[in-house]
Write a protein that binds this ligand. Structure first.
Ligand SMILES: [Cu+2]
Length: 167
């Protein structure tokens, strides 16, 4: 009975795990990395960014840097006085912590105007909506709700198995 129960639990977890999809890591610019002469609009246009994903700006240390800026700073290529990303290592990692439009520029003189600017939209992570009511409800559930549901389902199975043993 115990073996059977853990198999059921395993099956539930295996079924649920695609819903809590793993976060992606994006190398900005792909193989080109973060440099002049790359169209970052083109790089970003076919990608969907979700909360929890990571951007990595790769460049030769000292050649470039990365500043997270506001929309108007992005338009005018204005470098903020503070470095909101910490140190510039040439392997600068940014975790996308919340939803909305995000703007990044290189702060080296002329580089933002030269095209080193990236604009992305970060979405809430949710599975693709399906036509059935159950799936729609599921799509709206946050990761936390899914976890709660999983715990509840496992507890139910445990309870039923226990009752089965009693009879
Ligand atoms: Cu640069």
């Amino acid at each position: 009975m115990a073996v059977h129960r853990s198999l059921v639990n395993f099956a539930i977890v295996a079924l649920m795990s695609p819903v809590i999809s793993s976060a992606m890591e994006y190398i900005v610019g792909g193989d080109d990395g973060w440099k002049l002469g790359v169209k970052y609009d083109d790089w970003a246009k076919d990608k969907q960014f979700f909360v929890g994903d990571t951007l990595v700006f790769k460049y030769k240390g000292g050649d470039h840097n990365v500043y997270k800026v506001a929309g108007d700073e992005f338009k005018s290529c204005t470098v903020p006085s503070n470095n909101s990303l910490g140190s510039f290592t040439g392997n600068d990692t940014i975790k996308l912590a919340n939803t909305g439009t995000k703007w990044y520029i290189c702060g080296i003189s002329g580089h933002c105007d030269g095209g080193m600017k990236l604009k992305i939209t970060v979405l809430d992570r949710a599975p693709a909506p399906a036509p059935s009511t159950a799936s729609t409800l599921f799509a709206k559930a946050t990761g936390f709700h899914v976890l709660l549901g999983m715990i509840f389902a496992v507890a139910l199975i445990e309870a039923f198995s226990f009752m089965g043993e009693m009879i």
